[in-house]
Structures are given as structure tokens and as C-alpha cells.
Design a protein around this ligand. Structure first.
Ligand code: NAD
Length: 418
């Protein structure tokens, strides 16, 4: 039980929004515009299974706000997807793009499905049909999807191809996170983790805590979590615990992360890895460590476990892992929480680079991507840390103030149509 059922992510997102809006003295008219998603599409669509039967799936695409540019946001395949989850994730995308100051609005998509129970051909048919259903919204100038939980470059390639087939020519800029061979970007696969590690280093530097030998626990061992663990392991940190849906593994001296990655590739889980103690799925959040990286899903650090968190840094690679009640507890305990909209913004930043490269059909080197990403993450971190100090508030509220202020300004400049 991950506690998610009891937590409504959209209510969480609205609570966070109101807190920052109060501090900004945002007028009620503006709050009313920014609180609600602009567009919500629900689709029910049939997919042919390998055995010839047909199953109907439900999916969503929500655009929260597009005042600063086209909508941008990932697509999630998960049995727990709900409209309120997609709404929350879309709203967080709006603020995330504004925090790092890239010219996108926020969106998100999801399909209620456990893709691990489907064959690759079934996932492909589901992806192509879902892409067709939401093609009334997506496009390189309107709404650009990307990978999220249980989707990857493979699904983005299918969406790009489906959209391109409908148009009769290649439209690479319709999605980001694609394979390199069809217009993907260098650095996109590891971008979310690269950004998360960069903000951990900046936060640790402020408290004069070295990365070498730092004890780190990582919840979730997918794109965001496993690559964060690999990068930090490479920097000499001790990754003492990692987890996935099946459970956590712990070794106080540090796990051999490249070996855990190989084990996971073979066994589809980290559980069972030799030389580590097996713990319950939620135990990763409360082990003795210096930095905790939630990289799984929403609503993981709650008022019931926030007092047991032992880390002094919480770096939110996942979206929405900490509830507002837990935020208050962590702030009182002087634990630094680098919030999702900043900590995992490396992903959307390199997605932006990918989109720009696709539009101009001119591609950049890995070095160029990493340099540009580092500049953007450092600037965003500094801006948020300064605002937090000036307002004596946590970094989430500061990041939301910065982001909501920018979106509100764009909304004011554009005016209310007609
Ligand atoms: P993924 O599908 O690659 O990996 C998800 C991992 O989390 C898996 O190891 C899964 O077993 C684990 N997991 C799921 N539920 C869990 C639970 N309740 N307890 C423990 N482990 C659990 O997904 P991802 O792309 O790495 O995304 C993870 C998080 O990072 C999500 O919140 C996502 O929105 C966020 N994020 C991802 C990106 C990106 O570029 N992929 C960008 C920004 C934010």
C-alpha cells in the first residue's frame, strides 16, 4: 500500500497553489484562471489484443495553461491513473516550465493500464490508438508529449510515427524523448536525473556537505531514480537504499549500483539483489541517509512518515511525492526539500532543447546540451533559494511564487479574450 489512494493529487496541487498565491497577494480573478485546467479530454478507445479479443481503455490529456507557450507534458501508463492525477501533473508542468523559464505551458496525459500485463505489440497498438484519439490536441505548436511513468523513447517513437502517418510527412517535434535516430536529443534520457543531481549538489554545497560518501536513498528505480543513483554513485556517494514497487534493498556501506542496474534489467526488479538486506517498499523513505530522492510517484512522504525521514535533503525527482502536511513537518525539522517543479525540471529543459533542434533540423552535441542544462538549473536554483530566504519559506512555496508570478504576468499581458 503506497498511501496514494487516500491522497488526491489535484487537491494537493491546489493547496500548494493557494499558499503561494496568498504570499503573492494574487487577486481572485487571476486565481480563478490559474486554478483550473484549460482543457480536459477523456477518451475511451478499443485495442485489439493478441488473442483477437478487444479491450476498451480510458485515457486523458489535460492542458492546464498555455499562456507562455505550447502545452508540454508526459504520458503515463499506470493502473492508478485518474483524471485528478492528470490534472495535478498538468498544473505542476505549467509551474515547472515557468520556474526554469522555458516557453511552454503545462499538460499531461495518461492511460489507465498496467502495461506490464500487455505484450509489446499490444502496447504498440494501444499507444498508436491513444495518440490518434488525442491528436485533436497534440502537435508541435500546440501540445508536445514526452515520456513519464511506464513510457519511454519506444512509445514516443510510435506516437511520432502515428502523428506523422496522419500528416503524410515526418513531424519529429510533436513529441520529445524520442530515439536519437528519429530526432531525439543527446542527453534527454538522463536529463531528469542530471538536473536532480545538480540541485542536490547545490543544496549540499549551501550546507557544506560533500557529495563523496554522502549516504543516499532512492525510491523508484526507473528513468529518474536509477540514473540519479548511477550518477551519484559515479560521484562517490554511497547509495545505501533503492526500491521499486516490489520492495527496497539496503546496504549501509553502499550498493554496487552498476550491478543493481544489471540485476534489474534481468529480473525486472531490484528485489533479490545479493549483498543487500530486503526491506518493505516504503522503508526506503525512512532509512538512515543524508539525501532522499523520491523518484516513483505522488503522495509518498505524508504526515504519517515525515517525522521518520532521516535525510537532511529531499530531492523530488518524482512529481508530487510530498503532501502539504508533510511539507510543514519537514520544514519545521529544517530538512531541505528541493521541490519537484525545480528538482526534476532537467527533463523538460532538455525536452525543450529537443523541440528546438527538431524545429530547426539542426542538432547539438552532448556537451552543448549539458552546458546549457547546467546554466538553466543553476539559475533556477539560485532564484528559488533566494526567494525562500527572503520570504522565510520552504523552497516549494518559493518555486511556486516564482512560477505563478511569471504565468500571472503572461496572463495579464495577454489580457482576457475577447
Ligand atoms: P519509470 O516508469 O521509468 O520508473 C518508475 C519507477 O518507480 C519504477 O522503478 C517503479 O517500480 C517505481 N514505483 C512506482 N510506484 C512505486 C511505489 N509506490 N513504490 C516504490 N516504487 C514505485 O518512471 P520515471 O519516468 O522514472 O518517473 C518517475 C517519477 O519521475 C514520476 O513521478 C514522474 O512523473 C517523474 N518525472 C519523470 C521524468 C522523466 O523524464 N522520465 C521527468 C520529470 C519527472
Amino acid at each position: 500500500m503506497d498511501g496514494r489512494a487516500a491522497i488526491n493529487p489535484y487537491q494537493m496541487a491546489v493547496t500548494q497553489f493557494e499558499e503561494a498565491a496568498d504570499r503573492l497577494n494574487l487577486p481572485e480573478d487571476m486565481r480563478a484562471i490559474l486554478r483550473m485546467p484549460k482543457r480536459e479530454l477523456a477518451v475511451n478507445f478499443p485495442v485489439r489484443m493478441d488473442n483477437g479479443s478487444v479491450k476498451v481503455y480510458t485515457g486523458y490529456r489535460v492542458q492546464h495553461n498555455i499562456n507562455r507557450g505550447p502545452a508540454k507534458g508526459g504520458i503515463r501508463y499506470d493502473a492508478n491513473v485518474s483524471l485528478d492525477e492528470v490534472r495535478a501533473l498538468a498544473m505542476w508542468m505549467t509551474w515547472k516550465c515557468a520556474v526554469v523559464d522555458i516557453p511552454f505551458g503545462g499538460a499531461k496525459g495518461g492511460v489507465i493500464v498496467d502495461p506490464k500485463k500487455l505484450s509489446a505489440t499490444e502496447v504498440e497498438r494501444l499507444t498508436r490508438r491513444y495518440a490518434t484519439e488525442i491528436s485533436i490536441l497534440i502537435g508541435p505548436n500546440s501540445d508536445i508529449p514526452a515520456p513519464d511513468v511506464n513510457t519511454s523513447a519506444r512509445e514516443m517513437g510510435w506516437i511520432m510515427d502515428t502523428y506523422s502517418m496522419h500528416h503524410g510527412y515526418s513531424v519529429p517535434a510533436v513529441v520529445t524523448g524520442k530515439p536519437l535516430a528519429i530526432g531525439g536529443s543527446e542527453g534527454r534520457n538522463e536529463a531528469t536525473a542530471t538536473g536532480a543531481v545538480a540541485v542536490l549538489k547545490m543544496a549540499a554545497n549551501e550546507r557544506k556537505v560533500p557529495i563523496r560518501d554522502m549516504r543516499v536513498a532512492v525510491q523508484g528505480f526507473g528513468n529518474a531514480g536509477s540514473i540519479s543513483a548511477e550518477l551519484l554513485h559515479g560521484d562517490g556517494a554511497r547509495i545505501v537504499a533503492v526500491s521499486d514497487r516490489q520492495g527496497s534493498i539496503y546496504n549501509k556501506d553502499g550498493l554496487d549500483i552498476p550491478a543493481v542496474v544489471r540485476f534489474k534489467a534481468q529480473h525486472k526488479t531490484v528485489v533479490g539483489f545479493g549483498g543487500a538486506e530486503k526491506l518493505g517498499p516504503q522503508d526506503v523513505l525512512t532509512v538512515a541517509c543524508d539525501a532522499l530522492i523520491p523518484a516513483a510517484t505522488e503522495g509518498q512522504i505524508t504526515e504519517t512518515n515525515a517525522r521518520k525521514v532521516q535525510a537532511q535533503f529531499v530531492i523530488e525527482a518524482a512529481n508530487g511525492p510530498t503532501t502539504p502536511e508533510a511539507d510543514r513537518i519537514l520544514f519545521e525539522r529544517d530538512i531541505v526539500v528541493v521541490p519537484d517543479i525545480l528538482a526534476n525540471a532537467g527533463g523538460v529543459t532538455v525536452s525543450y532543447f529537443e523541440w528546438v533542434q527538431d524545429l530547426q533540423s539542426f542538432f547539438w552535441s552532448d556537451d552543448e546540451i549539458h552546458q546549457k542544462l547546467a546554466v538553466i538549473m543553476a539559475r533556477a536554483y539560485d532564484n528559488v533559494a533566494r526567494l525562500a530566504r527572503e520570504n522565510t519559506c520552504d523552497m516549494r512555496t518559493a518555486a511556486n511564487m516564482l512560477a505563478i508570478g511569471r504565468v500571472a504576468e503572461a496572463t495579464t499581458m495577454r489580457g482576457v479574450y475577447p
